[in-house]
Ligand binder design. Structure first.
Ligand code: ZN
Length: 150
């Protein structure tokens, strides 16, 4: 799990480097909004969306580069939002983990089904798992089956 967080941190840093360059065009186009220290949104909102946080991180970086933020403000904001980003990523990781559990359960169920099938054998023509041991024809491809006792 540390790998995922690490990768995402790389993405954050990469975004910080890459996106401000893109954003400078936007800024020239007239979109100049500064996240002053005062009007920065309260970051502890549990539903704070990941996009918002990442966007904010980029803006902080951008504003710092544009010398609109002091070193102190920059460090403060960056620290705050980096923490939020990490918290959000960890949350997402948890969700991902439970999704993985579900997949694992499905795989296990699938394995159990194929274990059942292993007892009845497989079609020699198409490989379908057979329903019963005494099947004379494959229910899937209709091929004639050898008697696969055992
Ligand atoms: Zn078959």
């Amino acid at each position: 799990m540390t790998i995922v967080v690490g990768l995402l941190l790389v993405l954050i840093v990469g975004g910080m480097i890459g996106i401000p360059l893109l954003r400078s065009e936007e800024a020239e186009a007239g979109e100049l909004e500064s996240p002053g220290l005062e009007d920065a949104p309260a970051p502890q909102a549990p539903g704070a969306s990941r996009d918002a946080v990442f966007k904010e991180l980029n803006e902080i970086e951008f504003d710092y580069q544009m010398k609109k933020l002091s070193d102190e403000d920059y460090r403060l904001l960056k620290d705050r939002y980096s923490r939020m980003a990490v918290a959000i990523l960890k949350e997402e990781e948890e969700e991902e983990k439970s999704a993985m559990d579900e997949v694992e359960r499905e795989v296990e169920a699938e394995l159990e089904r194929s274990e059942d099938a292993a007892e009845t054998g497989f079609c020699t023509h198409c490989g379908a798992a057979l329903k019963t041991t005494g099947q004379a024809f494959c229910h899937k491809c209709g091929g004639k089956l050898e008697n696969q006792a055992g």
